[in-house]
Design a binder for this molecule. Structure first.
Ligand code: PLP
Length: 282
């Protein structure tokens, strides 16, 4: 198949899938999601993503009506039906179907499980990308991978309109993360990345990058850094499960980074190697 969608046990091509209007996703964005790239029909860092969606769900009082192993099996069955070397796997759990009403105790039959798989193209890991900065106007639940994404959607649209690849969020001086990725800097051979508090999503790629740094003797500082730190860094890059690691060469029209390819390439190549190994390609 070219793509596939799933909703509470039903499957169909995504363009044909119908969902109930009263699913609380439609009115409130009342749910959580996760996503990863699939290489050679192997979902990357699958267990990490499964664990995170259960963690996100728990943080908003959703009890997922499916065991982790069953969720993995169901998603793998979807993946196996779609053609392509690289795919995008997305899934979400919403509070369920019920008449529109803000409080959720007693609302919704039971949580709904949604998923889709479609072909995707990986970004060029050797590319140099452009970003804009955008004031971070999101709320304080950024550690939860909720489907409430309006500020992220608006920031990403702004980036696209400016001919850029990502929007980097900041709260005042402090850089938080990007619209759909984490952002990191290198200075004098040390990796600086924002700490995992309620202002950022604890990225799975971020966690793998930190492990690669530790394994290769690259010091890591998990502390807030500023816009000025970022503009003066030796390297700036963003990371996510679908973008992997993307080196940034321009922010708000100003040249940045591109001064420590040696350290950046240890991270980039280390992660590429991990992906190939996991996909059974190396
Ligand atoms: N931060 C935000 C806001 C995101 O939406 C994402 C990915 O979707 C990330 C960071 C990167 O997370 P991961 O590496 O787990 O894909």
């Amino acid at each position: 198949m070219k793509n596939i969608a799933y909703y509470n046990g039903k499957t169909a091509p995504i363009e044909e899938m119908m969902v109930p209007m009263n699913d609380r996703a439609c009115y409130f964005g009342d749910g959580v999601y996760d996503a990863t790239c699939v290489v050679n029909h192997v979902p990357m860092a699958f267990d990490d993503h499964i664990d995170r969606i259960y963690r996100s769900a728990k943080l908003i009082d959703i009890d997922i009506p499916m065991e982790k192993a069953e969720m993995k099996r169901m998603l793998q069955e979807l993946v196996d039906q779609v053609e392509g070397d690289t795919l995008f796997l997305y899934w979400q759990v919403t509070r369920g179907v019920g008449m529109r009403n803000h409080p959720y105790s007693g609302a919704g039959d039971k949580p709904s499980i949604w998923a889709f798989v479609r072909p995707s193209k990986m970004r060029d890991p050797f590319g140099v990308y452009k970003c804009i900065t955008v004031e971070d106007k999101r709320f304080f639940y950024c550690n939860i991978k909720t489907i409430n994404l309006l500020p992220a959607v608006m920031a990403n649209e702004k980036a696209m309109e400016a001919g850029c690849d990502e929007a980097i969020f900041h709260r005042g001086d402090r850089v938080t993360e990007c619209s759909h990725s984490n952002v990191h800097i290198l200075k004098n051979g040390t990796l600086y990345t924002a700490p995992c508090d309620e202002l950022i999503l604890p990225g799975i790629t971020r966690a793998h990058i930190l492990n690669i740094c530790k394994a290769n003797g690259i010091p890591v500082v998990e502390e807030p850094f500023t816009l000025e730190d970022m503009m003066n860094a030796d390297e700036v890059f963003f990371s996510s499960s679908s973008a992997l690691t993307c080196r940034i060469g321009e922010i708000d029209g100003r040249k940045v980074g591109l001064k420590d390819e040696k350290t950046f390439s240890v991270i980039r190549d280390g992660y590429q190697k991990e992906i190939r190994r996991e996909a059974g390609l190396a």
